[in-house]
Design a protein. Structure first.
Lengths: 320, 352
């Protein structure tokens, strides 16, 4: 084992210990956004469950399974999830929750969540639309399918505009571990539209920001984090020119030690496309604290864990 | 002649700003919510929220950002009534919406540093700096590149990312934006006092962003997203006004030393201005700032209505400490929406 591999293994053991210690609850475990918080976070729980499921030891696997149980228990009646249980209607966190459930089922070779997963697919497909089903039917009859099928992604919150990040998370949920057989036509259609939505909102010069590539006639610059998220979501469109310019934009940040979150997502995105990310890995490893965290944000530590594991193992549940 | 022309184009711009707000509501909503405007009539409960009595606003000339900014303020604030923060937990809320190199998008670190010293001098038991950046999830990066993180660290204070804080449902049954319950971060709900520390900027949707609009950053992204688009869909003016009652800010400290003009709040350009504006009544502070930009506060719908439900916006009800606004007012370049009206519709369709 080389020095870098040994250091990566040690870093991953430390982050596993941190994530295991951060999980709360008895039977069904959940994560908060930070250790000092009290509220369960659907997002932090989903990413942590996925990160822990990549370890082979029993403690990590059991914890991943127990967090999965929390996600199953907290699914809303409409099939989606809220940022924390009971915090109003379903929102963007439905995508990471669904992604995590599907990926863990695959990793643990179990299909214990099939009904919940199918229900979540329906929510995700429905939440792309501004209008309720009855209104959509009227629109379809009055204006034709074109009125319903403009290039679209997903919103953060229902009834709002669509943005790069929630669209990227939804694409991950529908692609990982693989595209579902169920309702294939509708899902393929939604995936194609969402990929087009992201591609259409690429910034001039490459990369993506939160979703406004141009506002009031002025082109706006890309961000590192959102570019990495968009690229991770666009793995099925590897040959697109905008994907290549996005990769070039992301690689232009290589010498900058910006934040654990942007480094982790950059490592995942660059690794998914087979690009060099040694510098990003070094920066990220240097950011780890002695207790295993990469920052106070638990989601970021889970993503950092997934990123370093992907680099070490040359595979990841996030690659498709 | 130029003044007349300027006035005409400003009024034209403001008319289109109002249309743009309505258009923003249009793009993501069902038809029943098209062209949503502020209500013509307010409920007794809404009207009862208005601050009573006269208001005081201090205009403090500050030529540049320096380490001893607080000393400059102290000298000028002797005649100003400031809140008593004795034994209180005070949350300072700067603007850290996004980062653009060499563009004054965010509150300057020197202003945050001086604000910390001011709040300490007013007796605060505990100070927390908190913000929920509007466009970027990468808060760690923003704290670093804006320089605000270093000020917080050097002061030994706690920072809370309001986007990811624990959240609490609060009653907004008499609110204007129809979001009820409204979710707010527990750090904001449980604070004894919140201080709004904005950057003074022009704003392509509402004309100007200042201490009241700055409270958008108290809204949790984990619930409403990045950007907090639901607040646009439900009406930016409506949401600005509701937040004054939900957050209950006790003080505003406006960074107008280097302000932003043109296509603000992100894409504008630096405008050296040279003032910090301080006051307990946020409506009075914002109305005064508008006058300093040669804008009539009555032409900005949210400030006009703030005069009914938040505080004082009329000159006769505001005691100025420092130079008279009309004596120092400068016409800022307004957003490009006033030059090409078609851009408003285009922007609304893009969801910006």
């Amino acid at each position: 084992m080389s020095d870098i591999q040994e250091n990566l293994s040690k870093a991953l053991n430390r982050s596993k210990s941190y994530l295991l210690a951060a999980a709360r609850g008895d039977k069904a475990l959940f994560l908060t956004y930070a250790k000092e918080k009290q509220d369960p976070s659907t997002e932090a729980s989903a990413w942590t469950a996925l990160a822990l499921s990549t370890y082979e030891d029993e403690a990590a696997q059991q914890a991943a399974f127990a967090i999965k149980q929390f996600l199953l228990d907290s699914q809303n009646q409409d099939g989606g999830w809220s940022t924390k249980p009971g915090a109003g209607r379903s929102d963007w966190t439905s995508a990471p929750a669904l992604m995590s459930l599907r990926a863990i089922d695959q990793i643990q070779n179990k299909s214990t969540a099939k009904q919940n997963i199918n229900f979540a697919f329906e929510y995700l497909l429905d939440s792309r639309y501004f209008a309720k089903p009855a209104t959509r039917l009227v629109t379809l009859v009055a204006k034709g399918s074109g009125a319903l099928n403009k290039d679209r992604g997903w919103p953060w919150d229902p009834d709002c505009f669509h943005w790069i990040e929630p669209t990227a998370y939804a694409l991950l949920a529908l692609n990982i571990p693989k595209r579902p057989e169920r309702n294939r036509v509708a899902i393929e259609h939604a995936l194609g539209k969402a990929e087009d939505f992201i591609l259409d909102h690429a910034c001039k010069g490459g990369g993506w920001n939160h979703g406004n590539d141009i506002t009031l006639g002025a082109p706006l610059p890309a961000y590192r984090l959102t570019t990495a998220e968009a690229l991770l979501a666009l793995q099925a469109r590897k040959k697109e020119a905008k994907v290549e310019t996005g990769l070039e934009y992301l690689q232009s940040w290589a010498s900058q030690d910006t934040s654990s979150l942007s480094l982790a997502m950059s490592i995942l995105a660059l690794s998914a496309y087979g690009r060099d990310c040694r510098q990003e890995v070094q920066f990220l490893m240097a950011r780890q604290e002695s207790d295993g965290n990469f920052t106070a944000n638990i989601t970021t530590t889970a993503l950092s864990t997934l990123a370093l594991a992907a680099y070490l193992q040359k595979r990841s549940p996030l690659f498709f | 002649m130029d003044d007349e022309k300027d006035k005409a184009t400003r009024r034209e711009f403001l008319t289109y700003t109002t249309m743009a707000v309505a258009a923003a509501s249009l793009a993501g909503c069902s038809p029943s919510k098209l062209n949503r405007e502020l209500p013509a009539e307010l409920t007794p409960g809404q009207l009862a929220r208005k601050r009573q009595g006269r208001s005081q606003v201090a205009i403090v000339p500050c030529k540049e950002y320096s380490d001893d900014l607080f000393a400059v303020w102290q000298e000028k604030l002797t005649e100003v009534k400031l809140p008593d923060f004795k034994n209180q937990h005070v949350v300072l809320k700067p603007n850290m919406v996004e980062f653009r190199e060499n563009t004054p998008v965010t509150t300057n670190p020197a202003v945050l540093k001086a604000s910390i010293e001011l709040v300490k001098s007013l007796g605060a038991r505990e100070i927390t700096v908190a913000e929920g950046p509007g466009h970027m999830r990468d808060t760690e990066y923003l704290l670093d590149v804006t320089g605000l993180g270093k000020v917080i660290k050097d002061a030994g204070l706690r920072y809370v990312d309001l986007n990811l804080d624990d959240i609490e449902a609060v009653d907004n049954s008499d609110g204007l934006n129809e979001l009820n319950p409204f979710y707010l971060p527990k750090t904001i709900v449980q604070a004894d006092a919140v201080v709004s520390i904005p950057k003074l900027k022009t704003h392509h949707w509402v004309g100007m962003t200042c201490s009241m609009k700055n409270l958008f950053g108290t809204v949790p992204g984990r619930k409403y997203g990045w950007p907090k688009n639901m607040l646009h869909i439900k009406g930016i003016p409506h949401s600005i006004l509701d937040l004054q009652h939900l957050v209950k800010p006790k003080l505003a400290i406006v960074d107008g030393i280097i302000a932003m003009e043109g296509d603000g709040p992100i894409n504008g350009t630096a405008r050296p201005f040279g003032y910090v504006i301080i006051g307990e009544d946020l409506a009075a502070v914002d109305a005064t700032c508008a006058r300093m930009l040669k804008l009539d506060p009555h032409d900005l719908p949210y400030i006009k209505m703030a005069g009914q439900v938040v505080g004082n916006i009329e000159e006769k009800d505001i005691d100025i400490v420092g130079p008279a606004p009309e004596s120092i007012a400068q016409a800022f370049a307004l957003p490009i929406t006033m030059k090409d009206k078609s851009l408003l519709k285009q922007a609304a369709e893009q969801g910006s």
